[in-house]
Design a protein around this ligand. Structure first.
Ligand code: NAG
Ligand code: NAG
Ligand code: NAG
Length: 228
């Protein structure tokens, strides 16, 4: 049994390594020379479901006064994100040809603390602090992209910012070739009210408490029976 667990773990590992392979491991630092080309504005339905109001909070803490009231998925709150290229044309790293734009949502630094599964990474496609892909769109001619995003049900209590990531063809691979961010400029913050039913929370807690015991038990059994 323990061997099967190890095998499953290995399969997961190999699979997650393979999943990264078709994207070049571009770092944020590499793209610094072409940063700063986008104006990004954020609006949210803070008071009623269809009235978007500007979000201008530059504080990364969930409890910051400018982040109140918190948005929630339960109330079906939406964000309207507008990304506009400031100049004419887009300058990419190595002058690669842009083919698409990806908008992502990222955890603000205080919301990643003590949570390795949200850990920031200098390599863009391994950056676990940006887990939500808001939308992928092809490059368009006028340089303005407006995305309305309904907060997903798995949104947790956190403060967030957005990134725009331009994807380019680089030989046979896809590379990120330009990016911008609202980090340190514009954040929004979310709350959880009721997204997970209490029963599921209890079940999850019991499973995660008992799970390791089973694993230890299987290892022990395997270890003890091997000697016989
Ligand atoms: C949230 O849920 C969506 C769809 O249910 C899933 O595709 C996505 O990976 C989830 N994201 C996170 C960060 O859990
Ligand atoms: C494009 O590919 C070349 C060769 O692999 C690499 O040196 C370069 O850094 C890549 N450019 C970007 C923007 O990733
Ligand atoms: C945001 O601020 C932090 C702390 O001052 C700094 O380390 C980081 O580089 C800044 N990020 C951006 C994108 O400006």
């Amino acid at each position: 049994m323990a061997r099967w667990c190890l095998f499953a773990l290995l399969v997961c590992l190999v699979y997650s390594v393979a999943a990264y392979e078709d994207l070049q491991p571009t770092t944020y630092a590499q793209l610094a020379p072409v940063k700063g080309q986008w104006n990004i504005t954020v609006e949210a339905t803070r008071e009623s479901p269809d009235a978007f109001m500007p979000v201008t909070c530059d504080q990364a803490a969930v409890q910051a006064p400018c982040n109140q009231p918190l948005l929630t998925a339960d109330r079906a709150d939406k964000l309207k994100l507008t990304y506009t290229l400031a100049g004419s044309g887009l300058k990419t790293l190595d002058d690669l040809a842009p083919k698409g734009v990806r908008f992502v949502a990222c955890y603000a630094t205080p919301s990643t603390a003590d949570r390795p599964w949200r850990k920031a990474n200098p390599v863009m496609d391994k950056d676990k602090s940006c887990p939500f892909i808001i939308k992928d769109v092809p490059i368009n001619a006028n340089g303005t992209y407006t995305v309305t995003w309904l907060l997903p049900k798995n949104t947790t209590k956190a403060a967030w910012y957005t990134q725009v990531r331009v994807q380019c063809q680089n030989g046979s691979l896809t590379s990120y070739c330009q990016f911008d961010t609202t980090q340190n400029q514009t954040y929004w913050a979310t709350n959880i009210i009721n997204s997970t039913p209490v029963g599921l929370k209890v079940a999850t807690a019991i499973c995660s408490a008992v799970g390791p015991l089973f694993l230890i038990a299987f290892f022990l059994r395997d270890y003890l029976t091997k000697g016989k």
